[in-house]
Design a protein around this ligand. Structure first.
Ligand code: G
Ligand code: G
Ligand code: MN
Ligand code: NA
Length: 256
């Protein structure tokens, strides 16, 4: 309950809330092509609280809608600030929980923020899990199309870990599959099954016109193994950890 009160305060004031950015690269390139926005919550006494803990807390406390809106606004504000400073920001993908995705008029809110911060389409994207979308696939398709119409990329996060059939990929207007890091990590121990899954996902994605991102790339041998499968983008500690906005722009953003 004490934590909940603190989180409520953070959601109201924005204090203690930060967004970190992790770069995504094309294989063999060190110019980032995008970033994932990751929440960081700093509790005044307890210090850093991982999103894995504070997001479920926010959900339980009924704060996730407001917290998600803070994150969305903070990312849009950051992109605008980088542009004002003469930098060329890369597209940033924001994770959406089920609660956020199904909130009333999500695409209206996104449109409002893109206009307010004068952001060109394509700079803001979203990551969702299969389970969020497949609850109500028809309604999900409508919401996704609204976001696509604003130029937002849509990625399926943790792809391959769900139990659903793949037919939904034809029905939903998604642009990107993010291969779950557990497949990437198993590549290294030469589990042939994981290689087969990565190969199958990239092959299918190409047929469907989807981009493939491999997440959780931690070692050089994983990177080398992935190079064989024509993955479009790589993300992971080997290539770049999530860092705060200042470090991200200093390290990764070019002037325009
Ligand atoms: O950064 P970390 O590995 O602790 O993230 C843990 C989980 O929290 C991941 O599944 C990630 O997708 C999720 N997460 C991180 N930032 C956000 C956010 O801003 N919104 C939502 N809904 N989930 C997030
Ligand atoms: O569920 P999701 O894919 O959104 O999770 C994102 C989380 O994964 C972030 O919190 C980020 O810190 C973490 N992450 C990013 N790169 C790596 C990596 O190379 N290895 C591991 N174990 N986690 C990573
Ligand atoms: Mn993600
Ligand atoms: Na992921």
């Amino acid at each position: 309950l004490i934590l909940e009160t603190a989180l409520r305060n953070t959601v109201e004031t924005g204090e203690g809330l930060a967004v970190h950015y992790q770069p995504l690269f094309a294989p063999g390139s060190d110019t980032p092509r995008g970033a994932e926005a990751l929440l960081r919550w700093h509790h005044p006494v307890l210090g850093a609280i991982a999103p894995g803990d504070c997001i479920p807390l926010a959900e339980r406390a009924g704060l996730m809608g407001a917290l998600g809106d803070r994150i969305l606004e903070q990312v849009c504000g950051q992109l605008a600030e980088w542009r004002r400073a003469g930098l060329a920001p890369v597209p940033v993908a924001i994770n959406l929980s089920a609660r956020q995705f199904w909130q009333k008029d999500l695409s209206g809110r996104v449109a409002e923020l893109l206009t307010h911060y004068r952001l060109p389409p394509g700079l803001v994207g979203f990551e969702l899990t299969e389970s969020t979308l497949l609850d109500k696939p028809q309604q999900a398709a409508t919401i996704l199309q609204g976001l696509r119409d604003l130029g937002c990329d849509i990625a399926i996060d943790d792809f391959g870990t769900g139990y659903s059939s793949l037919s939904y990929l034809q029905e939903l207007p998604v642009t990107t599959l993010k291969i779950d890091r557990r497949f990437v990590q198993r590549l290294e121990v030469a589990r042939r099954g994981s290689a087969a899954i990565v190969a199958a996902v990239t092959g299918m994605a190409r047929e469907l016109g989807l981009r493939v991102v491999a997440e959780g790339v931690e070692t050089e041998s994983q990177r080398l193994a992935l190079a064989r499968y024509r993955v479009d983008l790589l993300q992971g500690f080997l290539l770049g950890r999530p860092v705060d906005a200042g470090a991200f722009s200093q390290r990764y953003l070019a002037s325009c």
